[in-house]
Design a protein around this ligand. Structure first.
Ligand SMILES: Nc1nc2c(ncn2[C@@H]2O[C@H](COP(=O)(O)OP(=O)(O)OP(=O)(O)O)[C@@H](O)[C@H]2O)c(=O)[nH]1
Ligand SMILES: [Mg+2]
Length: 354
């Protein structure tokens, strides 16, 4: 299971620049042809790096995130809205990253992130509305129970509001076959990024346009971060050591990728656990609240089926003490059963039999 994040925004917001920065690819040329950009990125995790330095395993395996970037510049036929081509591409993603321009653009002028985010959000609502209306239109004989649910969602959207996640998550049985292929954009976890100008570097959060975007994100209960995509793209082309030096020189504490991963995991309610050893050190992603057997199932279905117990230590304790034996001696290596709820950063060793 890998996670896909769709980068969405008005034309010239800096989506492709950000995509290039996140993926270390130079996607500028591809975007000129309006071909979507898609690439997989390893999720940075310090705990994994440090565990790997201790074990020097044959393999180190981070988790991965896929990014999708679609040009928002639309043709005349698409009538100035983001349109089917653009928004349709995002129906299959797990989360949306809304990029708001917070830099001065050569011909679009001063940033107005609040207005842009409103416009973008409205486009999502309009697109979802048309999907629902088409579904109702095409399935005139839909059971009443299903129709009522669709109309409920439609009415909320028509008022320009977002439907209650609980409503979206639980369509009545009769509506499921119709709702499945729909995957509403407004129902997706959404993160807002302000793409600030170079003058705001090192102090991105204090930038007035970034604050405007943050305000909007907070009102809409979305995760937020500020980034300067143009600089990050330049940094992403440097060798890692130089990049680190360059970033500290500019006062950038965390890369856009780091900020995005934190925001995404929070907004999707995901956590990371680790498995370590001489063969492999590896990160895994599970939903917050997953039990030890569920986590074991991520590794292999046999581990879930034959689950006996999990040996658990926090990465903090392990990295401080350096060996499992020391963790056992200090009593920080615990044996947990089926009901144990896995915590972010836990190092697990599953005992099982098949
Ligand atoms: N000054 C400044 N310019 C930027 C920044 N990010 C992007 N740009 C510039 O803004 C323009 C648009 O950037 P793109 O990344 O192509 O924007 P986009 O959102 O992909 O645009 P479409 O694909 O047309 O929808 C380019 O000229 C970039 O160089 C930034 O952080 N600062
Ligand atoms: Mg682009």
């Amino acid at each position: 299971m890998s996670l896909t994040i769709g980068i969405i925004g008005l034309p010239q917001a800096g989506k492709t620049t950000l995509f290039s920065a996140l993926t270390r690819l130079d996607a500028g040329a591809a975007s000129a042809s309006q071909k979507p950009n898609q690439a997989r990125v390893a999720v940075p995790d310090e705990r994994l790096d440090k565990a790997s330095a201790i074990f020097t395993p044959k393999k180190t395996t981070p988790t991965a995130v896929d990014f999708l970037d679609v040009a928002a510049t639309v043709t005349v036929e698409e009538k100035g809205s983001l349109g089917k081509r653009v928004l349709g591409s995002f129906r299959t993603v797990d989360a949306l990253l809304m990029v708001a321009r917070a830099f001065d653009h050569p011909y679009l002028g001063a940033p107005r992130p609040r207005a842009d985010l409103e416009t973008l959000d409205l486009e999502l609502v309009i697109s979802d509305l048309s999907v629902i209306e088409n579904t109702l239109e095409r399935n005139r004989k839909m059971p009443t129970e299903a129709r009522v649910w669709f109309e409920q969602v439609r009415d909320v959207l028509q008022e320009g509001r977002r439907p209650d996640p609980a409503l979206i998550a639980s369509p009545p049985e009769a509506a499921r076959p119709f709702a499945q292929s729909m995957s509403l954009l407004v129902a997706k976890p959404t993160i807002v990024a302000a793409n600030v100008g170079e003058s705001a570097l090192g102090n991105e959060d204090a930038d007035p346009a970034a604050q405007e975007a943050r305000g909007w994100a907070e009102e809409h209960r979305r995760e937020f971060f500020a980034v300067c995509a143009a600089i990050e793209q330049e940094i992403s082309q440097l060798p890692p050591e130089e990049a680190q030096e360059f970033m500290s020189g500019l006062g950038i504490e965390k890369s856009g990728l780091d900020k995005l991963i934190v925001a995404s995991y929070r907004s999707l309610d995901l956590i990371t656990f680790l498995t370590v050893g001489e063969d492999e050190c590896r990160c895994w992603t599970v939903h917050r609240g997953a039990t030890a057997p569920e986590a074991a199932g991520k590794i292999h279905s046999d581990l879930e089926k034959g689950f006996i117990r999990a040996e658990v230590v926090t990465s903090e304790d392990f990295l401080r003490l350096g060996t499992m034996a020391a963790c056992r001696d200090k009593g920080v290596l615990r044996l947990e059963g089926r009901t144990y709820v896995v915590q972010d950063g836990d190092i697990l060793n599953i005992r099982f039999n098949v």
